[in-house]
Design a protein around this ligand. Structure first.
Ligand SMILES: [Fe+2]
Length: 406
C-alpha cells in the first residue's frame, strides 16, 4: 500500500497528464440536454415527457406567443397528462433582471415543480434565468460570466419557436442588466434545458424578416463555433453541417414560410449550431454584435449579419484553413483554388447570402454613428464571447472592425 505522499504524487501526475491533453485538445467535455425532441408536430407529445418532472409548471413566454395562441398545443398536451399550468407571458425582447425576478416571484407564489419555456431566444433565455434564480441568491449580476452558478435550477423544458438562437440546447443565457443597460452573458452547465424541443410547425407563421434574421444568427453560431479556438472534431462536424443546411434552406424558408421541409431543416441547423457553440464558444462577431444590438436597438440576428463579413476579414489571418474548409458547405466553387482563395470565396458567399435575404449589411444602413464606436468597442472587449475568438483582438482591432462594418 502506498503512503499518502506517493498517492499525492500519482494524483499530481494524472492531473498533469489530463491538463496537458486538455491543452492539446485531447480532453474535453461535451454538454447537451438529456432529451431532444425534433420534428413537425412533436410538441403535442411533450406532456408524456413532462410527467416525471412534477404536476405544476410555470409556462414562460411572451405576449406575441399567447396572442397567436402558439402555446395552446403545448398546454393541451401538458394538461392531458395531469400537469397544472400557470402562464407568465411578461417576457419582452432582450429580457432584463426585473422581468426575471418577477418571473421568480410568480414561480414561488405558484409553487411550481418545473418550468416550460416557449418562444424565441428572449423567452428561452428568460426561462433559463428564472429557473436558476429560483435556487440561487440575488442579485443576478453576480453570475455574469462562466460557471458562477452554484445550485441547479428547476428542470426546464425549452420549446423553440424560431430557428435561431440555439438557446434550447445551450449552456448560456443573455440577460440585460437594467442598471448598466448592458447585456450579461451567463453560462453554466446548470442552464442547459432538461428537454429541448424543436418543432417546425411552430416556426411556420414567422414573418420573412424574422426568419431571415434568426436564420443568419444560426449561420453565425455555426461559423464562429467552427473557427473557435476551442473547436473540436464533434463541434466542427455539427457546425459544418449546420452551415450547409442554412445555405440550402434559409432562402427557401424566407421565400415561402409555409415550406415545412425547409423550416424543419432550419430547426435542425439551429439545433446543431447551438450544440456546437454551446460547447466551444463564439467569437468577435457576437462580441461586437451584442453592443450594436443594445446601442441601436436592432434584432440580434441583424446585428450579426452586419458584423460577420468584417469579423471574418479580421479572423482570416489565422483562420484561412477553417474558412477554406467551410467554403464547400457555403456553396462556393473551390476546385483549383488555393487555401487563401477558397477562404475569400467563403466570405463572398456569406455576403451574397446576407444580401439575397435583404438584411442590412452596414452600420451606416441602420443609421449608426462612428461616435458610438469607442464605447461599443470597450464593452465588446468585456464580452465573454470574445475569449474563444481564434485571433486575439484588442481595442484598436475592434474599432477597426466597426469601421470596416460601417
Ligand atoms: Fe447568436
Amino acid at each position: 500500500m502506498q503512503n499518502q505522499s506517493e498517492l499525492n504524487q500519482i494524483k499530481e501526475m494524472v492531473y498533469d497528464q489530463v491538463m496537458e491533453e486538455a491543452g492539446l485538445g485531447y480532453f474535453y467535455k461535451f454538454i447537451m440536454p438529456e432529451e431532444v425532441l425534433v420534428g413537425p408536430g412533436c410538441v403535442r407529445k411533450i406532456g408524456k415527457e413532462a410527467v416525471e418532472l412534477g404536476n405544476k409548471a410555470l409556462l414562460v413566454t411572451d405576449k406575441g406567443i399567447t396572442n397567436l395562441n402558439l402555446h395552446s398545443s403545448t398546454v393541451r398536451s401538458l394538461e392531458k397528462n395531469g400537469v397544472q399550468i400557470h402562464i407568465y407571458d411578461q417576457v419582452q425582447s432582450d429580457p432584463d433582471d426585473k422581468v426575471i425576478m418577477e418571473g421568480v416571484r410568480t414561480a414561488r407564489d405558484k409553487n411550481v415543480d418545473f418550468i416550460v419555456a416557449i418562444g424565441g431566444g428572449s423567452s428561452l433565455d428568460a426561462a433559463k434565468a428564472i429557473s436558476f434564480m429560483l435556487n440561487n441568491p440575488e442579485p443576478i449580476s453576480q453570475y455574469e460570466g462562466a460557471d458562477k452558478i452554484e445550485n441547479p435550477g428547476l428542470p426546464l423544458i425549452a420549446i423553440a419557436t424560431t430557428a435561431g438562437t440555439g438557446s434550447e440546447v445551450s449552456v448560456s443565457t443573455v440577460v440585460t442588466d437594467s442598471k448598466r443597460n448592458k447585456k450579461m452573458v451567463i453560462s453554466s452547465k446548470y442552464l442547459v434545458p432538461k428537454i429541448a424541443v424543436v418543432d417546425a410547425e411552430l416556426t411556420s407563421g414567422l414573418p420573412a424578416s424574422i426568419t431571415a434574421a434568426t436564420g443568419i444568427d444560426v449561420l453565425v453560431h455555426a461559423v464562429e463555433a467552427y473557427l473557435s479556438k476551442n473547436s473540436i472534431t464533434i463541434s466542427r462536424a455539427l457546425a459544418d453541417h449546420s452551415v450547409k443546411y442554412v445555405v440550402e434552406n434559409l432562402p427557401l424558408a424566407v421565400g415561402n414560410g409555409e415550406n415545412i421541409e425547409a423550416r424543419h431543416r432550419m430547426c435542425i441547423a439551429s439545433l446543431m449550431a447551438g450544440m456546437a457553440f454551446s460547447n466551444v464558444g463564439l467569437g468577435v462577431c457576437h462580441a461586437t454584435a451584442h453592443q450594436l444590438g443594445t446601442t441601436y436597438n436592432i434584432p440580434h440576428g441583424v446585428a450579426n449579419a452586419i458584423m460577420l463579413p468584417a469579423v471574418l476579414k479580421f479572423n482570416k489571418l489565422v483562420s484561412k484553413k477553417q474558412l477554406s474548409e467551410l467554403a464547400h458547405s457555403l456553396g462556393a466553387k473551390i476546385e483549383g483554388l488555393t487555401e487563401r482563395e477558397a477562404a475569400e470565396a467563403a466570405i463572398k458567399e456569406i455576403k451574397y447570402l446576407i444580401s439575397d435575404l435583404g438584411l442590412p449589411s452596414s452600420i451606416s444602413e441602420i443609421g449608426g454613428s462612428k461616435d458610438d464606436f469607442k464605447s461599443m468597442a470597450r464593452d465588446a472587449l468585456d464580452d465573454p464571447t470574445l475569449a474563444t475568438n481564434p485571433r486575439k483582438a484588442d481595442l484598436s482591432d475592434i474599432l477597426k472592425i466597426y469601421e470596416n462594418a460601417f
